[in-house]
Design a protein around this ligand. Structure first.
Ligand SMILES: [Zn+2]
Length: 69
């Protein structure tokens, strides 16, 4: 799956990114909801290995249920 937000690597100009997933111990937790926590995805440049982008798939899950849209 190509990440539509990434066009090329800002460091080396590479156009191929590898989508990777960081879970469990590397999960991201919102400060306001420490009970939450979602896995973090990384777009890593295939050429130089730089992390071009880090993101979560479902940011709403970082919020408490009552605060979600
Ligand atoms: Zn690169």
């Amino acid at each position: 799956m190509q990440d539509k937000y990434v066009t090329n690597c800002p460091f080396c100009g590479g156009t191929e990114v590898i989508e990777s997933y960081q879970s469990s111990y590397g999960s991201v937790t919102a400060v306001s909801n420490k009970m939450g926590g979602v896995g973090l995805y990384h777009s890593i440049c295939r050429n130089c290995g730089s992390v071009v982008r880090s993101y979560v798939k479902e940011p709403e899950k970082l919020l408490k249920k009552k605060d979600r849209r």
